[in-house]
Ligand binder design. Structure first.
Ligand SMILES: Nc1ncnc2c1ncn2[C@@H]1O[C@H](COP(=O)(O)OP(=O)(O)OP(=O)(O)O)[C@@H](O)[C@H]1O
Ligand SMILES: [Mg+2]
Length: 318
């Protein structure tokens, strides 16, 4: 059973006076998958720890699960599953022992435990590895064990902090896809932290972009990418071209057009598989702009004109 969660006016000030999170209200509807995205130190882990009950909000803040105040409820009573950076698996237990741990603690019968562990092994594609020791697993397999362990007690809320941080790019891609499918199938409310915009877009139906202890913008991946509310959000979500004053655009809003309004000199051109990425300096401008083309890469030093779709121009205050 998935639950809805709410942080209400939650702030977190540390003993040394550092503000990890300014007063923030955030809703996580039942069954939703939310990515907390932002640069290092912006308050992502702090937010997750408040939801988990690993930290308490400053006075006045409340944490609600399904409308019930759980602010004073300790972490073990909140019925959540957690996957944190570095997994923290139990080295002295085998794979099945790790996955079944949460069920054991809850006093679930042996038979039910075995059934549940087998289901988790299947869901996370770890069949055949039940009696392996943790140090005999690959990084990706360990990550799956951590996920299976968190999901085994059927938590109402799943919290993941940079779950793929330690893995190489290809494995991250694979696991991302698997996790997306798994969350969809289980319908569990999930909140995961990442500083990787591609990961946030791939996994989160909703992205909360954070900056310096505050929420900068909340929206679907398309909204935060296409309609960023600030320069910071725009730049964090991908390449943002500065067209002068408060005008910006994404690379895909530009096209080569002999009648285009922006004369520019090509600085560099990179082949990226399906297309070329071109960097050019507009005449009289001081910041380079990036665009993409499918064929006929221009030579560095050549001059061309670019047109921008009017409706794709973003106006972002400094
Ligand atoms: N125990 C603490 N005492 C003092 N300051 C802290 C403490 N824990 C975190 N902070 C500070 O609070 C801010 C937010 O930290 P947090 O761990 O939430 O960042 P984050 O977004 O998870 O970053 P990262 O991507 O690096 O994990 C940072 O400036 C951090 O230095
Ligand atoms: Mg963190």
């Amino acid at each position: 059973m998935s639950i809805s969660a709410r942080l209400e006016a939650c702030a977190r000030t540390f003993a040394d006076g550092t503000v990890g999170l300014h007063p923030t209200t955030l809703d996580f509807p039942a069954g939703s998958v939310t990515a907390l995205l932002g640069p290092s130190g912006c308050g992502k882990t702090t937010t997750l720890r408040l939801l988990a009950g690993l930290a308490a909000p400053d006075r006045g803040g409340r944490v609600l699960f399904d409308g019930q105040d759980v602010t004073r409820l300790p972490v073990e009573k909140r019925g959540i599953g957690m996957v944190f950076q570095g997994y923290a698996l139990f080295p002295n237990r085998d794979v099945a022992g790790n996955i079944g741990f949460g069920l054991e603690v809850r006093g679930v019968s042996r038979a039910e435990r075995d059934r549940r562990v087998a289901e988790m092994l299947r869901l996370t594609r770890l069949e055949g590895l039940a009696s392996r020791r943790i140090d005999q697993l690959s990084g990706g397999q360990r990550q799956r064990v951590a996920l299976a362990r968190a999901l085994a007690p059927a938590p109402g809320l799943l919290l993941l902090d940079e779950p793929f941080g330690a893995l190489d790019a290809r494995l991250r891609d694979t696991l991302r896809g698997e996790l997306a499918a798994l969350l969809e199938a289980l319908g569990v409310t999930a909140v995961f932290v990442t500083h990787d915009q591609a990961e946030a877009m791939a996994l989160g139906r909703r992205i909360v972009v954070m900056e310096a202890g505050r929420v900068a913008q909340t929206g679907t991946p398309e909204e935060v990418y296409r309609r960023p509310s600030t320069r910071f959000v725009g730049q964090f979500l991908g390449t943002l071209n500065h067209l002068g004053q408060d005008r910006f655009c994404r690379p895909e809003a530009l096209r080569v057009d002999p009648g285009g309004a922006i004369p520019a000199t090509v600085r560099a051109c990179f082949f990226e598989g399906g297309r070329y990425r071109v960097i050019a300096l507009p005449e009289g401008g001081d910041s380079e702009i990036t665009f993409e083309i499918a064929a006929s890469p221009p030579m560095p030093g050549s001059r061309l004109r670019l047109a921008v779709e009017a409706e794709a121009v973003l106006r972002l205050p400094a």
